[in-house]
Write a new protein. Structure first.
Length: 238
């Protein structure tokens, strides 16, 4: 089980949503009268999360001023990523603050409260050092594709050539970690995008004997990456 704390990645600029994001971070884009992030926080609260650690950066004051230190009884803490150095770097900012298992969510990906609750309260996940949430798609070559044996992750293959993908399961960008992720992050080198990628940290954990499980998820997953996604989100989120 986790300790009731979650980490939310919310430092992104949302370049593909400009000009909507010229003055606000991506997670604050308006969806039916509410910021996108509010829908995720609502589901986190419903799942029993009592403390959210928000990794903020670009236009961070918009998030801090809107939400403050509390959302419907869920405490909000802010950790500032001054430069966008990747997901692994963002997660490293909470080292020493989250002291047990914790969940990592993306502020621009809205998933059902049931998934969040299962990640936080299911004891069977305790046998793993990390859990990667997986979605089944028809075009896995467009994503980080998972090589899985049983329920255990063996590799993440980024955008494999069509026909060479190890499965039709992709990384949903939602995780559960224990404290062993932090040494794996320290070993993570800069990617070709000049970022420290959590995917590479997970692979480090596997290389050094860590066990990484896969939790398949077929529920609603609203990933807002561009304006077309935003229009779909407006239809799906109420």
């Amino acid at each position: 089980m986790v300790e009731g704390k979650a980490v939310v990645l919310a430092a992104g600029k949302g370049v593909r949503l400009r000009p909507l994001t010229d003055d606000i971070p991506k997670v604050m884009v308006n969806v039916n009268g509410k910021p996108l992030l509010e829908y995720l926080l609502r589901n986190m609260k419903a799942a029993g999360i009592d403390e959210a650690n928000l990794i903020v950066g670009y236009r961070k004051e918009a998030i801090e001023e809107y939400f403050g230190e509390n959302f419907n009884g869920m405490r909000l803490n802010y950790f500032v990523q001054e430069r966008q150095l990747g997901t692994a770097h963002a997660i490293s900012l909470v080292q020493g603050y989250v002291t047990k298992n914790f969940i990592v969510l993306s502020g621009d990906v809205i998933v059902e409260s049931g998934l969040i609750e299962s990640l936080s309260k299911t004891d069977e996940f305790d046998q793993y050092d990390a859990i990667v949430v997986a979605r089944e798609v028809n075009d896995p070559w467009r994503y980080g594709c998972l090589k899985v044996e049983g329920n255990e992750l063996k590799a993440i293959v980024e955008k494999p050539a069509p026909g060479s993908e190890p499965s039709n399961l992709i990384n949903a960008g939602i995780y559960r970690f224990n404290q062993k992720i932090f040494p794996a992050i320290l070993m993570t080198e800069l990617s070709q995008r000049n970022e420290f990628e959590i995917v590479e940290s997970i692979m480090n954990a596997i290389r050094y004997g860590g066990r990484v499980g896969v939790r398949k998820y077929d529920g609603s997953c609203i990933d807002v990456g561009n304006k077309e996604d935003l229009e779909r989100a407006k239809q799906a989120l109420k």
